[in-house]
Design a protein around this ligand. Structure first.
Ligand code: SAH
Length: 382
């Protein structure tokens, strides 16, 4: 791959020459969503043949349990006649397909819902249309959340927020300096720092992070998406579920990373040809959501979420009707989704929910003894 020309490389160097060093956020946005050469715009990056594998691609159980979660939330909303099911960044559309199938256990929910998929990539929109083609449920596509009509809403997003462009700043003696991408005389890209500190930046940096040593890196994102989601659910009713890797408390550290062919890569080496992400700061989302008047649930670890939603029961139901080899695959998928330790998906991924303030508890986020979510064993197998 070393001699593969990254089509965005020349464009980024040209922009740096004209406009000066490029903030990390701009670089990430260009690499992922540039109209012609953005990483997501032209390809399907998922699965063993691609660059990375997400939870819905590991097992149908993941999407099914999300479907039961949504059905259960709909009931707690008072079973409205119509509800918008919004998915942010649906990838191949697999999670929604599995979720809608699981929603058959609650026919009232199935007939109330209209699906809205928010996807910036034409290639992936196409892929999602193929995946969801057989559904009776109405599906509409949008390139931004702002295009989706308001009203009672349930939002889901798996591995979406990590792809939202991130800002970085480096602590120095005189304040925080934005981290930027520069080009050297040979045209090679490297990281640098803006010469002047960001004015009044202390307002954005959480208190716990202000007194850190020089050289520390702080990351933050625009809160536009969180604000829009909260406005929708506070005005129209409903809830949002976000599943992503990230930290529960705001902190410092460089988490800007590139992944290609299931391994880490240099984020500056092949712009547009590698996936770029950064960890999600769940505390920052929590604070924004509370400011907007939404109720916050969690975050809890993915393993805990899946276990409370009944992943073991679901795995057993699926294993009971297949060959031993297939059953072993289902068990391996269950273990992978719930694995502990520093690199296990079960602990690395966190689940955060936001809701209308009247929804005091949500499935999987309440104390033991509350109403159980819909029965995972009752979901049709396929
Ligand atoms: N949720 C899927 C895919 C995760 S990858 C899964 O779990 O398999 C991130 C997804 O978000 C991709 O579908 C990508 O094209 C989409 N995406 C990235 N940035 C976006 C943006 N700004 N607006 C809408 N979709 C975006």
């Amino acid at each position: 791959m070393a001699d593969e020309v990254a089509p965005l490389d020349a464009e980024i160097r040209r922009l740096i020459k004209i406009a000066g060093p490029m903030p990390v956020r701009h670089y990430m946005a260009m690499c992922l969503t540039h109209a012609q050469h953005g990483y997501y715009m032209t390809r399907d990056p998922f699965g063993t043949e691609g660059d990375f594998t997400t939870s819905p691609e590991i097992s149908q159980m993941f999407g099914e349990l999300i479907g039961l979660w949504m059905a259960s939330v709909w009931r707690r909303m008072g079973s409205p006649n119509s509800v918008r099911l919004i998915e942010l960044g649906p990838g191949r559309g697999t999670m929604m397909l599995d979720a809608i199938r699981a929603a058959r256990v609650m026919p009232g929910f199935r007939s109330a819902l209209a699906v809205h998929l928010v996807e910036t990539s034409p290639a992936l929109q196409q892929r999602q249309r193929q995946t969801l083609a057989g559904l009776e449920t109405p599906c509409a596509w949008h390139t931004t959340l702002a295009e989706v009509p308001e009203g009672p809403t349930i939002v889901v997003a798996n591995e979406f927020f990590d792809a939202v462009p991130v800002n970085q700043a480096v602590k120095k003696g005189d304040g925080w300096h934005e981290r930027v991408i520069e080009a050297d005389a040979n045209g090679n890209l490297h990281f640098g720092n803006a010469p002047e500190p960001i004015p009044n930046f202390v307002i954005t940096v959480p208190k716990a992070v202000r007194d850190v040593p020089n050289g520390a890196i702080f990351e933050w994102r625009s809160n536009t998406m969180t604000v829009d989601l909260c406005r929708r659910i506070v005005n129209g009713g409903g809830a949002a579920l976000m599943i992503d890797y990230g930290h529960v408390a705001s902190g410092v550290g460089d988490t800007f990373q590139a992944v290609r062919k299931h391994g880490f890569a240099n984020p500056l080496a092949s712009p547009g040809l590698v996936d770029l992400t950064a960890h999600v700061d769940f505390q920052a989302i929590t604070l924004d959501a509370e400011t907007m008047g939404a109720r916050v649930h969690g975050p809890i670890e993915q393993a805990e979420f899946l276990s409370r939603m009944g992943v073991d029961t679901r795995a057993d139901a699926l294993k009971a009707v297949v060959t031993p080899a297939k059953a072993a695959e289902i068990e391996a998928a269950r273990l992978r989704l719930t694995a502990g330790g520093p690199t296990g998906m079960g602990t690395l991924f966190k689940v955060l929910a936001l809701s209308h303030p009247k929804l005091e508890s949500l499935p999987a986020f309440e104390k033991a003894g509350a109403e159980a979510p819909a029965d995972p064993a009752a979901v049709p197998i396929a």
